[in-house]
Write a protein that binds this ligand. Structure first.
Ligand SMILES: [Zn+2]
Length: 501
């Protein structure tokens, strides 16, 4: 056969010996190839070249497509006897770089599939169907490519740890026939100081999995970590204490505000039950104000605020709901010290904490006391947040990218076990995603530190001059909000009748 035909096929290690048209559909181009790589006749056990043919075998490795009609590569290869009497291997079949042993797909097809899934973020099932291979073959190809694309994470000074749900909770029958509830969660590790994005993801959300992942990282990586941002989760705190004893734990403010909001809702529901012996209805003033109660004071107009207070006073003689609202706003004011300029010193932070705890003690609402205890428990981490402004928001943003939380079948979850995903080049490979990764993810990782997103940033522009880039949260709006929080907080004693009774 003309050498040009082999060049056209372009499959290294083989040469074309004939092309015919046939196959089950009558239009498949069957390309018969023979081995041209001399190394193929060397025994894989001892490396000695064999000259003794045992038998001839035909295999049809699946290859990339070319043209409209299907192509079938038919490789007539030889099974050799090993001529080395000291070799344990009796015989072996030929193998080349493009078609290794026990592979039924060519290396170049596997690379094409892997890159289609990783680079173009196409679904495994769709790429598998497009190339006529099984789902598991396509996924295996993707995993191979991901393994080469992923490198060890570079050291970072701020590490974010957060959990994300992996699929819905469900019941499965265990080996002993009993039903077990599976509630799948993953833990992600995110670079909050740089732009590496997701550094790794492991199955589970226990201390053990966090400790294991950190232990698997090189010592310079662990030593470089100064701050670890987490949600108030005891398992993560315990893991950080063990694995990174020198790092400062920083508790995310967002979850603390969430806890405070939950506290307000609990108090409102309890008061409704106590007073009315039933759950809230739209005619109850506290129910009508339920969303307003969760809003920050600075987001309520004076009229709405006064109306809410009047409603609550008229229908909650114990003032418990309003007291809970004040406690929530006090906590927000405490956390808002992170943004105050000039920076607050430690004595100011302590004074504000005392004010919050003192208020909780005075109002003496059980739910507020619980919140106060939680704040006390987590205080070192909260104080670190106020001092450093490190927040876990970017971790959540990364973990909640559609590609990272997509519910997929069992096979696809295997990649998550081994994924150690990073941006920019490697982020695409971490997940066998059925959803295109969220485009805003990279931007979000940059706003890891509040000061980057809250203040104006000076940035050189094309002409060499510097221009001010104003982020979405404009300073004007922020300063007004802060002032209103401050004014509001200063007037607490006038509002808090309950504290006097
Ligand atoms: Zn041998």
């Amino acid at each position: 056969m003309d050498h040009g035909t082999s060049l056209l096929l372009g499959l290294e290690g083989v040469e074309v010996v004939g092309v015919s048209v046939g196959g089950p559909d009558g239009r498949t181009r069957i390309v018969d190839v023979g081995t041209s790589d001399p190394a193929a006749s060397c025994c894989p056990g001892c490396g000695v070249r064999s000259t003794s043919v045992k038998e001839r075998v035909v295999c049809t490795p699946r290859d990339i497509g070319y043209g409209d009609a299907p192509i079938m590569v038919r490789w007539n290869k030889i099974r050799w006897r090993c001529v080395n009497s000291e070799c344990a291997r009796g015989s072996f079949t030929e193998a080349i770089g493009q078609v290794p042993r026990r592979r039924r797909t060519t290396t170049r097809l596997r690379e094409t599939i892997g890159r289609a899934i990783g680079d173009a973020a196409r679904s495994v099932a769709e790429v598998a169907a497009g190339h006529g291979v099984s789902w598991h073959t396509a996924h295996g190809a993707f995993v191979d490519i991901a393994a080469t694309a992923l490198t060890d994470p570079a050291p970072t000074s701020v590490l974010g740890i957060d959990e994300t749900r992996r699929g819905k909770p469900r019941w499965v029958r265990g080996g002993d026939g009993r039903w077990v509830r599976i509630d799948p969660w993953d833990t992600g590790f995110v670079d909050l100081a740089g732009d590496q994005g997701l550094l790794g993801q492991v199955t589970g959300r226990t201390s053990a999995v966090v400790i294991d992942w950190l232990a698997a990282q090189p010592a310079p990586f662990r030593d470089a970590i100064e701050y670890v941002a987490i949600d108030p989760a005891a398992s993560y705190a315990a893991a950080v204490a063990v694995a990174l004893p020198n790092a400062q734990l920083v508790v995310d403010h967002f979850h603390l505000v969430q806890l405070a909001n939950a506290m307000v809702t609990k108090v409102r529901r309890r008061v409704t039950w106590d007073r009315r012996g039933r759950r809230g209805r739209s005619t109850d003033p506290e129910w009508a104000n339920r969303r307003r109660l969760l809003m920050g004071r600075e987001r309520l107009s004076d009229n709405k605020y006064q109306k809410m207070i009047a409603d609550l006073r008229a229908h909650d003689p114990g003032n418990e709901i309003f007291a809970a609202y004040i406690v929530k706003e006090e906590l927000r004011a405490l956390l808002a010290m992170a943004r105050s300029r000039p920076r607050v010193d430690d004595s100011q932070i302590r004074e504000r904490l005392y004010r919050f705890l003192d208020l909780c003690a005075q109002v003496n609402v059980p739910e507020a006391n619980t919140l106060a205890r939680t704040i006390e428990t987590w205080w070192p981490g909260i104080c670190a947040f106020i001092r450093t402004q490190v927040t876990n928001a970017a971790t959540e943003g990364t973990m909640k990218r559609p590609g990272f939380s997509s519910e997929s079948d069992e096979g696809e979850s295997e990649t998550c076990l081994r994924s150690s995903v990073r941006r920019p080049a490697t982020a695409r490979y971490g997940w066998s995603t059925t959803v295109r990764p969220w485009k805003g993810a990279r931007e979000q990782s940059r706003s890891a530190l509040w000061r980057r997103s809250w203040g104006s940033v000076w940035k050189p522009c094309g002409s060499g001059a510097t221009v001010t880039v104003r982020p979405t949260h404009t300073p004007t709006r922020r300063s007004r909000s802060s002032r209103r929080i401050a004014d509001f907080a200063a007037n607490w004693p006038n509002h808090a009748e309950r504290t006097r009774s």
